[in-house]
Design a protein around this ligand. Structure first.
Ligand code: SF4
Length: 484
């Protein structure tokens, strides 16, 4: 592992600079303003005559230097943003020199690159101009910049959330086993002892939320039940939770329930989900290879996925989302192509192509697994995009994570008219969310101060069960100011 000594007059940006180095050297370690690293990056800067100059120089096994100059902004907030961007780009230039690599997303390290396109458009640029600007400023590859503008185009065709609109999220943090790549806080169902009190707590919190919605005159927009695996609950439990949400479901424009793991699906559960108005479910195979499923701890088979799709279709579900992962342990391009071809026959209406990331809280990290070759995963992701396009789907949301293979992205594709409003609201953070369940985070777009305020629920399941009333109070406080 490379250790980098970062000598900088702006240690407040040390994490941002470390992120830039990790685009190229994924597992690099950092010493900030301390000598002793195998590689040293010296950052110096000066400001005069309204201009700020920044220089980065790398020594110690690698030699490279980059300097850039820009006008200082009068707006302190903008100045901070441009300053950070300037030093990141100088270091990015050095890293390109010393490695000879051209990362697909250039110097971008944030998780939502579409924001940059929206920001450029808010300054009066057309979509094409915004795409070009993002590509040029951040050195984003042309196909990725094009992907961003396609997504913004699809999102712009969707109804935007109004000030009174609210999404409702229900979190079920239980799974039948833990996937090796998972970093979510989800408990294993085990003997199911926690499920009944958890559902009791959800009912309590949900009743309060329904009251809050009525009291504040909020308009239901999208409902999303996720996790974890909601279908870890029994059919009766699912029915209780969905019944508690009924006043919302009856008025919502979209209702999604993640069925997630094919081994948790049966006709009774699907019937309950369907009869409560869910038009969209997710059944996620991740791969079409049983040996990979065994390796990553998903205790189901490819055949079970096929059966779950057949059952859901038979029961009338006309929108099924499918998640796939590019770069799973032991998989090569040929295997991923086989997964894509196999998924064609199941004909999901929307398809999310994830790139494997190894988060610190995952089993893969614990096992010291390494990320697969970035070039191979990049081809997988490109093939996923080609496949989605061939099926008539368009990309409609995208996000990036740290520690992703090849520094790539996760993209949601959907057939025309099938883009999920909730996913877009979450990714672009444009709408209000009331969220119930352990670890769920409610958000309110506060038009008075122009930013998002949050009310998180406690994450630990036992604490949540004890404190559901308090979680409700947090939401009431979030909605206590009168913004309308
Ligand atoms: S099904 Fe989803 S939430 Fe559950 S362990 Fe696997 S990745 Fe994590």
């Amino acid at each position: 592992m490379t250790t980098v000594s970062l000598m900088t007059p702006t240690p407040q940006f040390a994490n941002d600079l470390a992120d830039v180095v990790r685009i190229f050297w994924g597992n690099a370690a950092f010493l900030v303003n301390e000598t002793g690293g195998g590689v040293t990056v010296r950052h110096t800067e000066s400001a005069q005559n309204g201009l700020r100059a920044c220089r980065m120089e790398m020594t110690g096994g690698y030699a490279g230097a980059m300097e850039n100059v820009r006008p200082v902004s009068d707006d302190p907030l903008l100045e901070k943003r441009y300053h950070k961007r300037q030093i990141k780009q100088a270091l990015y230039g050095v890293m390109k020199q010393v490695t000879g690599e051209n990362p697909p997303w250039g110097s971008l390290t944030g998780i939502r690159p579409t924001r940059l396109v929206y920001e450029a458009m808010s300054r009066g640029l057309s979509l094409a101009e915004a795409e070009k600007e993002v590509g040029e400023i951040f050195d984003v590859r042309a196909d990725k910049a094009r992907l961003l503008s396609e997504i913004v185009e699809v999102q712009s065709s969707l109804p935007p959330p109004g000030r009174r609109d609210v999404d409702l999220y229900v979190g079920i943090p239980f799974c039948v086993s833990r996937c090796a790549y998972c970093s979510f806080l989800s408990g294993e169902v085990g003997r199911g002892k926690q499920l009944p009190p958890y559902v009791d707590a959800l009912e309590t919190e949900m009743a309060g939320v329904m009251h809050l919605i009525a009291e504040k005159g909020l308009r239901p927009r999208a409902f999303y039940m996720g996790g974890g695996t909601p279908t870890s609950l029994t059919a009766a439990m699912l029915g209780r939770v969905l019944t508690a949400a009924r006043p919302f479901l009856d008025r919502a424009a979209e209702v999604t329930v993640e069925a997630g793991r094919p081994d948790t699906i049966d006709a009774d559960k699907l019937r309950v989900i369907r009869d409560h108005g869910a038009g969209r479910i997710s059944i996620n195979p991740q791969t079409a290879h049983d040996e990979t499923l065994a390796l990553i701890g998903r205790k189901h088979t490819v055949a079970q996925t096929e059966e779950a799709y057949a059952l859901a279709r038979k029961m009338g579900f006309s929108h099924i989302n499918m998640d796939l992962i590019a770069g799973l342990p032991g998989e090569n391009l040929e295997m991923f192509l086989k997964t894509l071809a196999w998924s064609r026959a199941l004909a999901p209406e929307s398809l999310t192509v994830h790139t494997l990331s190894i988060k610190r809280s995952s089993l893969l990290h614990l096992w010291e697994a390494e990320l697969p070759d970035g070039t191979m995963v990049s081809r997988m992701v490109d093939e996923g995009r080609r496949e989605a396009q061939a099926r008539g789907m368009r990309p409609y949301y995208l996000y990036r994570q740290k520690h992703m293979a090849g520094n790539l992205e996760n993209v949601g594709y959907a057939l025309p008219g099938r883009a999920c409003l909730y996913n877009v609201d979450m990714m672009e953070e444009t709408g209000n969310v009331l969220a119930v369940g352990a670890g769920a985070i409610s958000k309110r777009v506060n038009p008075l101060i122009g930013r998002i305020e949050r009310a998180p629920n406690v994450s630990e399941i036992g604490h949540y069960i004890q404190r559901a009333d308090e979680m409700l109070e947090r939401k009431r406080a979030l909605w206590s100011f009168d913004a309308f």
